[in-house]
Design a protein around this ligand. Structure first.
Ligand code: NAP
Length: 326
């Protein structure tokens, strides 16, 4: 069977696939254009792709023999799952293995923005540091502050658990209540509006869906405290970026830590660049050796399970395997 891998992923995963199948890996360190993707999947049984590959209906329909699209990511908003399901193609993802890495990135952004870490780094490199200064880059402590988590799934819960160590109060908003996490760490469930009103830090951990697109817009940012910070490691489009840039410019909120952008896979929003009250990361949530190796292994195992007529551990549209293949 033939497999196409759109970007070079860690060998731990690639090896498993290469051992079993005729495997073609995009040799170039770049995202492929749509026409190249269409050509590549034409004669393949399996596609292993990353979140920067926009797998739309046209690409899916050009893969006449495709059985599985294995996404090297937990979010799968880059794939037209409906089109894949119609064609009986399984779509899989990699939840869990990147939870801690992404939660730590949310914390890195929270600490960096609240303590002016990036501004401080620039200040030192510009040779402006002339010794301790009682008024230099005064920030906000986390202890005793309120953290509002929007999306209390794997990553949201990992972020919440770490907040206990910082002695913060924890609020959350989620599609469904999580009694277990309320009991174990004392997180309090609130509607989104009240959470935004009461939080000193708001951290986003929902997937990008039709319901969550633009979930944080002008109105929501207005509800937040002037002293509050917004952290986004979810997906860029969960936030209305123009509204956020505006709110940051007018100091309607204190700052933001951003890992993800609405314009991905093409880049970030350059309107952020001249703002001091934002820390920007280039989508590094899962960028730890452990997480990326785990994702590679999981993506390979998911793909193999489908090609071997099994049920992968992580499948987004299980109805396909129940009805079409088995
Ligand atoms: P997850 O375990 O599926 O958690 C998502 C949570 O969001 C679930 O608890 C879900 O509620 C909740 N949710 C979904 N729709 C909602 C809505 N409309 N309103 C309120 N809550 C809603 O996923 P995860 O592993 O934590 O990952 C979350 C997202 O993080 C991914 O989808 C991905 O986009 C992003 N991510 C980014 C990076 C990065 O590199 N920056 C890395 C990994 C993941 P239920 O419990 O009711 O289903």
């Amino acid at each position: 069977m033939k497999v196409f891998v759109t970007r070079s992923i860690p060998e731990k995963g690639l090896r498993k696939i290469k051992k079993r199948y005729d495997t073609e890996v995009n040799p170039e360190p770049r995202r492929l254009e749509k026409e190249e993707m269409i050509d590549a999947v034409r004669d393949k049984e399996a596609l292993l792709c990353t979140l920067t590959d926009m797998i739309d209906r046209e690409i899916i329909e050009s893969g006449k023999d495709l059985k599985v699209i294995s996404n090297y990511a937990v979010g799968y908003d880059n794939i037209d799952v409906e089109a894949a399901t119609e064609k009986g193609i399984a779509v899989t993802n990699t939840p869990g293995v990147l939870t801690d890495a992404t939660a730590e990135m949310a914390w890195a952004l929270m600490l960096a923005i609240s303590r002016h870490l990036v501004e401080g780094d620039t200040f030192v490199r510009q040779d402006r540091f002339e010794g301790w200064d009682p008024t230099l880059l005064i920030g906000t402590e986390l202890k005793g502050k309120t953290l509002g988590i929007v999306g209390m799934g794997n990553i949201g819960q990992a972020v919440a658990k770490r907040a206990v160590g910082f002695e913060m109060d924890i609020l959350y908003h989620n599609r469904s209540r999580k009694p277990e996490i309320e009991k174990t760490i004392g997180a309090k469930y609130l509607d989104l509006e009240t959470l935004l009103e009461d939080s000193d830090f708001v951290s986003l951990h929902v997937p990008l869906t039709e319901e969550t697109r633009g979930m944080i817009g002008k109105e929501e940012l207005k509800i937040m405290k002037e002293s509050a910070y917004l952290i986004n490691t979810a997906r860029g489009e969960v936030v209305d970026e123009d509204a956020l840039v505006d709110a940051l410019r007018r100091n309607e909120i204190s700052g933001a830590g951003i890992d993800v952008y609405a314009d991905e896979p093409y880049g970030a929003n350059s309107d952020y660049y001249d703002l001091d009250n934002v820390v920007l990361a280039p989508h590094l949530g899962s960028a730890s050796h452990k997480a990326r190796n785990g994702m590679a292994e999981m993506a390979a195992e998911n793909l193999i399970a489908v090609l071997e007529d099994g049920m992968p551990e992580n499948i987004v549209n299980p109805e396909v395997l129940k009805e079409e293949i088995r």
